[in-house]
Ligand binder design. Structure first.
Ligand code: SIN
Length: 321
């Protein structure tokens, strides 16, 4: 095995590659404008630092528009790189808006034994004080760190795990949080202060080719004040094969919506439950009645949606609670 293994940086677009008309403009910019060689060139010394860097452009999109085809391509490319002995780790530049979904998806599918580090920016590359270059440097630092492994998300010096990470702020540079769990590590002065163990999991890389067929339709319905039943039959009629209900508080669902979901479940639709609360887990006491809908413990609605997609495709079995 080569002693000087490479880090592969895969670009997918996002604000980190965004451009605005003025350096003081942080909002009216277009994501996904600069290519990966321009992003790397903005980090002094990155390409000259010890160890080789390989740059690849896989997509150029605003991550709000992330789609099945791009996720499938990304997973396949990352899987190839994980199998390559010459690769020490992978860095993925990504938009912040759905980064937590891609992180969860890659974790559930690949559970890599090497680091796969997603990074991003909250300000476009043209900003007076852009955060992308430092985040990219930090992500490479994490990917090179001896022993680092698993899918990780690096932003504003914090290293988050794929299950806990979520975008918590629409504007601030430290936009991500791991909620109650806190970050896994901090990047400090070019080094890493590791707080918790790296993510573990079981990936099923051999079945990745199946990602190329059409994905099952899985939608999220939110339980809220005045939530009614009408959207459930409408979604079923539109071809939904699974539904995730973003439940209130400790996993409760509006009675009208609950009735409609129960009917759909009895007719064969897969229904999962996740809490709308950003932090914490649904807590079940010993004397609670059995929940009507199963949950992937700890997964947010958007991650639970991907878990159900993968489950329906037979690509990952995520523990149900
Ligand atoms: C995106 O998610 O692609 C745009 C927003 C961002 O990266 O902050």
């Amino acid at each position: 095995m080569s002693l000087n293994r490479k880090i592969v940086v895969i670009a997918t677009g996002g604000t980190i590659a965004g451009a605005a008309a003025s350096p003081t403009d942080h909002t009216a910019y277009v994501a996904g404008q600069l290519d990966i060689s321009q992003l790397a060139a903005a980090v002094p010394g990155l390409t000259q630092a010890a160890g080789a860097l390989q740059l690849e452009q896989l997509a150029q999109l605003d991550s709000k528009d992330m789609d099945a085809a791009t996720l499938a391509c990304l997973a396949q490319r990352v899987a190839e790189l994980l199998d390559d002995d010459a690769v020490q780790g992978v860095v993925i530049t990504h938009g912040t808006d759905t980064l937590e979904e891609t992180a969860y998806f890659l974790h559930a599918l690949l559970a890599p034994a090497k680091p796969v580090v997603l990074t991003c920016a909250m300000r476009p590359a043209t900003a007076l004080s852009a955060d992308g270059p430092q985040n990219l440097l930090d992500a490479v630092t994490v990917a090179r760190h001896p022993g680092a492994k698993g899918v990780l998300a690096v932003c504003a010096g914090a290293v988050h795990g794929p299950l806990d990470v979520y975008k918590a702020h629409p504007y601030r540079l430290d936009a991500f949080s791991s909620g109650d769990a806190g970050p896994l590590a901090w990047v400090e002065a070019g080094g890493l202060r590791v707080l918790r163990p790296w993510p573990e999991g079981q990936g099923q890389r051999q079945v990745l080719a199946s990602l190329c067929r059409p994905w099952p339709k899985v939608a999220i319905v939110t339980s809220h004040a005045e939530a009614t039943a009408w959207m459930v039959p409408a979604l079923v009629a539109a071809g939904a094969q699974g539904l995730v209900v973003a439940a209130t508080g400790n996993g409760t669902v509006h009675t009208s919506l609950e009735k409609a979901l129960l009917q759909a479940q009895q007719a064969g639709l897969q229904v999962r439950r996740a809490s709308r609360c950003a932090q914490g887990l649904v807590v079940e006491g010993a004397s609670d009645a059995l929940p009507l809908f199963a949950a992937y413990p700890g997964l947010s609605p958007v991650k639970a949606r991907l878990a159900l997609v993968l489950e329906l495709m037979g690509l990952a079995s995520v523990a149900l609670g």
